[in-house]
Design a binder for this molecule. Sequence first.
Ligand code: PCA
Length: 213
Amino acid sequence: MKILLTAFDPFGGHSTNPALEAVNRVRSQSDGIEIIKKMVPTVFGDSIQAAAAEIDAARPDAVLCVGLAGGSSALCLERVAINIDDALIPDNQGNQPIDRPIVPGGPAAIFSTLPIKAMVQAIQQAGLPAQVSNSAGTFVCNHLMYGVLHHIQSQRLKIRAGFMHVPCTPEQTIHQPERPSMSLANITLGIEAAVAAIAAHETDILLTGGALY
Ligand code: PCA
């Protein structure tokens, strides 16, 4: 099985992006899983183009896009991407779209096709906090997730895809001690557990993962 991992370059004033650092540390080969890695720019449009080109060239069986969610305390498996860009901050090229559809006329939302519950469970079993998230935001991460899933749907590719948000590292929070963080080693471990769950589960398991509000 071949799995493509994508991660973003640093953005929004951060000097590093733990998603990228962790993806770079993930073992490239384990238990019959071949990992391909692709850095994508934190830029509306270009991020989807870069990931779609890599998908078309490498033809992976599954795609896991990884991004930073500053302020989150757990590894978050995104359930759904919505067809809207509404940027609170500019991307790395100064674009700041407001209420713009990602794909005009496209579906309002597209669900992850990865086994997110199994991935949450695998990460928890590795001893790390993980949860299903019901919103990937409206910045470049949601944009990429929607774009990748829409590309796969419209090209009728047999590829499962989805998105995982990761917390800041402790190094990023030294001046904001109240901000949650997770070490790079643990983020890497969590991604590896998630990857193993993708390979082990063709379909998802039935496990509570909803939210009351
Ligand atoms: N996180 C941002 C964009 C790039 C990244 O790593 C987001 O959550 O949209």
